[in-house]
Design a binder for this molecule. Structure first.
Ligand SMILES: CCCCCCCCCCCCCCC/C=C/C(=O)SCCNC(=O)CCNC(=O)[C@H](O)C(C)(C)COP(=O)(O)OP(=O)(O)OC[C@H]1O[C@@H](n2cnc3c(N)ncnc32)[C@H](O)[C@@H]1OP(=O)(O)O
Ligand SMILES: Cc1cc2nc3c(=O)[nH]c(=O)nc-3n(C[C@H](O)[C@H](O)[C@H](O)COP(=O)(O)OP(=O)(O)OC[C@H]3O[C@@H](n4cnc5c(N)ncnc54)[C@H](O)[C@@H]3O)c2cc1C
Length: 664
């Protein structure tokens, strides 16, 4: 029935102030108000309708993306939206497109790596979208190994230009979003060569297409790399290829904040670490962590509401059938994902702070925290995107057969999300960066240099290597100190064990490559500790609203104890907990699930998602699932006619032939 809230009973059960939780989720009252207003603005505009994406051809989908992006830009200008509001606007549009790369990577690359003059020249053009840019780093032959890129930028002192060239097929740029059909410009990463010397990979601003008729400039071959995973989904993005044939750009289009080439062709490196050339990736990895909580919370919202609507099997004494959310197995799969969505939200907030902090330090030439910022952004990007991709797929399964329908919203969410495990750094490659950082930290223990920040716990190695968990009863697992100690002991012991094993190899590089799998496990343990510790810090801070803190505490311990259960092998093999303590943790977890159950629907309502943003019949706010599933089915092009196209050519002859042979 229209207008009826089928989830009203669930909402009435909530034991906390949902409106206050919305503010906690958004980060502040102001952030909530912005999100709330902008999400409704987008939802109420028919241009941003998205239910037909799966049945659009690639060309239709792409053109529709252009239309939406142009309309969004018009509205952003007409309404004079702030940067914060514009970011929200694009996010609620929920359609991957070239603008993501323009604002997300092209503009930040110029801001981070361009000189003052370069910023003054290029940023106004980019900010007004008079030029549209992308981030062209990855090549056909190399993505992870950035120093292996082959595109060259050779300085020609005679003309004061760089000659950008793709010497091999594998040097073709391949993947950059927005490159295929839209970008007029790119920040291109190429090996800088001056006076015959290779100075490694540097960034250059390169114009690709005419600003008059959009045709590629002479010396540039550019196009789209073709269809990607899923219908609709990420195919709205024109990921592209690009080849240069001795293409010339003025010298002042090398991004020269970190190093310069003089008029005479002299290479002048500044005293800042060369890794700052990777700065844009650090920025985007940080945003991807915040974005993980968006994607996971959407999936969890759908699965939670639907699990409350869906009923299967009567209880033993007959009567109404059981809501599937009441099955302990459903809770054991769903509630940790709900807790993870909140956990990733808070670690995302913290990472944003860390990023801002390191940026301010870099401006003051303090590079001390750069390795930690790199390790945290790389490791948390890896950990949260892997868990989110797996979590979305789990939510699909939690919705049974209907989860497999496109209109559940989950297949498309998964297809759009899953490349996050690969872009901005393959997740394994990124954890190996964390492992390198951890091995370095362990090797410096006892040197007098106390580990700080997220590795501060390693400074307590003497205690953490020996300690025994003092958990004696299930409730002890609600003690933040005891939970943290178990996670710290496990992370430290895994890292130290890797370091000990490494030291048995004469050659460190060879040892590292032999132990890759263990190193990744140790890195993941460290990242999980960060997430748990930031969640605990959150619940120990000031939180307003009736019952809100209590719910967050439940979620925090569900997150931690579920991880303990999932990685029990690590905890037991490192002696961080005993089998008895692990079983007490499972007991406590079951009790937390029961406490969370009446609040589940309200906890996903706190995400404050519009039905437009969720894009899911199963996750509708009103829970009116079944009539709407029918409505969606009837909209399918196959149902345009009762007898399908092809009947006369292929079905009828078959049936008639069968009748003829049956008569024989
Ligand atoms: C875009 C929109 C954003 C808006 C936000 C909205 C939310 C998000 C929505 C999703 C948007 C989706 C858009 C997707 C677009 C995708 C774009 C891309 O994929 S761009 C291409 C990304 N490519 C990669 O990530 C490549 C991965 N590889 C690397 O990063 C590096 O090559 C490497 C770190 C793996 C190896 O570096 P390398 O120098 O070759 O080797 P070493 O391992 O020897 O490292 C040397 C030394 O440097 C330190 N290091 C490495 N990286 C960094 C860094 N980034 N910052 C600081 N320091 C770094 C490393 O630790 C070593 O230190 P040492 O002390 O010597 O041990
Ligand atoms: C949707 C999408 C959008 C993208 N957008 C952009 C963009 O806008 N701009 C851009 O420049 N790039 C972009 N990329 C490219 C992306 O950044 C790379 O694909 C990514 O960094 C992974 O690199 P790769 O493809 O070389 O993977 P590979 O490194 O070839 O990975 C293949 C396998 O090898 C393993 N492996 C590789 N190296 C190691 C190692 N040292 N140790 C252990 N295992 C290893 C990996 O774990 C993986 O399993 C995009 C990619 C995708 C999928």
């Amino acid at each position: 029935m229209e207008g009826v809230d089928h989830l009203a009973d669930e909402r009435n059960k909530a034991e906390f102030d949902v409106e206050e939780m919305k503010i906690v989720w958004a980060g502040s009252r102001h952030a909530f108000q912005v999100s709330n207003r902008i999400s409704r603005l987008v939802a109420n505009d028919p241009i941003f309708e998205k239910s037909k994406r799966a049945v659009m051809s690639r060309k239709e989908l792409f053109k529709n993306t252009l239309k939406k992006s142009a309309h969004a830009w018009k509205m952003i200008n007409e309404l004079r939206l702030s940067d914060e509001e514009s970011i929200r606007f694009r996010s609620f549009m929920d359609q991957p497109g070239f603008v993501d790369l323009h604002w997300g990577m092209f503009v930040p690359a110029i801001k981070g790596q361009g000189t003052e003059e370069q910023q003054q020249k290029w940023l106004p053009l980019a900010n007004n979208m008079q030029i549209i840019g992308c981030y062209a780093q990855t090549e056909l032959g190399h993505g992870s190994h950035v120093q292996g890129l082959e595109t060259t930028a050779t300085f020609d002192p005679q003309t004061d230009q760089f000659i950008i060239h793709s010497p091999t097929q594998t040097s073709s740029k391949w993947w950059p979003g927005g490159l295929g059909k839209v970008s007029t410009h790119a920040v291109v990463y190429a090996r800088l060569i001056t006076n015959g010397k290779d100075h490694g990979v540097h960034g250059f601003i390169v114009q690709l297409r005419s600003l008059d008729d959009h045709s590629p400039l002479p010396g540039i071959t550019v196009g789209d790399i073709g269809m990607k995973f899923g219908n609709g989904a990420y195919n709205s993005m024109d990921n592209g290829f690009l080849k240069f044939d001795h293409f010339r750009i003025p010298r002042d289009q090398m991004l020269m904040r970190l190093s310069k080439v003089t008029r005479e062709g002299k290479y002048v490196a500044s005293d800042v670490p060369r890794q700052l050339v990777y700065g844009t990736m650090v920025f985007v990895r940080q945003s991807i962590v915040s974005n993980a909580s968006n994607a996971l919370s959407r999936a969890v919202c759908i699965a939670t509401r639907y699990s409350a609507v869906r009923r299967q099997f009567a209880s033993q004494n007959g009567g109404t059938e059981t809501q599937v959310i009441d099955y302990k197995t459903q809770q054991n799969r769903l509630f940790p994902l709900l807790a993870s969505a909140y956990a990733f939200r808070f670690v995302g907030e913290w990472l944003k702070w860390l990023y801002t902090d390191v940026t301010q330090r870099l401006e003051a030439s303090d590079f001390a925290t750069l390795p930690e910022a790199h390790a945290c952004t790389a490791g948390l990007k890896s950990m949260t995107t892997s868990a989110t991709a797996d979590g979305i797929e789990e939510c699909r399964k939690l919705c049974g057969g209907h989860g497999y329908l496109w209109c559940s919203g989950l297949p498309e969410l998964f297809a759009v999300y899953v490349p996050a495990c690969t872009y901005e750094g393959d997740n394994v490659v990124l954890q190996l960066q964390v492992a390198r950082f951890l091995m370095k930290t362990v090797s410096q223990l006892g040197s007098g240099k106390a580990p700080a920040g997220t590795t501060e716990y390693m400074g307590r190695a003497q205690h953490l290597l020996k300690c025994r968990s003092s958990v004696k009863k299930a409730e002890d697992w609600l003690n933040p100190g005891m939970v943290l100690e178990a996670f710290e002991a496990r992370a430290l012991r895994m890292a130290v064990s890797c370091a000990n094993n490494l030291s048995k190899f004469e050659n460190q590089e060879q040892g590292f490559s032999e132990l890759l799998a263990d190193l990744v496990e140790a890195a993941i343990a460290h990242c999980q500790l960060i997430v748990v510790s930031k969640f605990i810090a959150k619940i120990e801070g000031e939180i307003k609203g009736k019952g809100v803190k209590n719910q967050l505490k439940n979620l925090c311990y569900i997150y931690a104890l579920h991880l303990l259960h999932k990685h029990l092998g690590d905890f037991l093999s490192t002696d961080s907990v005993t089998p008895e303590q692990a079983s007490l943790a499972s007991h406590q977890l079951r009790s937390l699930y029961s406490q969370l159950r009446p609040n589940a629907v309200a906890l996903v309502d706190a995400f404050n998602y519009t039905d437009h943003y969720l894009g899911s019949v199963l996750g509708r706010y009103d829970g009116n699932v079944y009539p709407k599933l029918f409505e969606e089915a009837l909209k399918d092009p196959l149902n345009d006619s009762v007898v399908p196209d092809g009947y006369h050519e292929y079905i009828r002859p078959l049936i008639k032939q069968h009748i003829r042979s049956a008569r024989l």
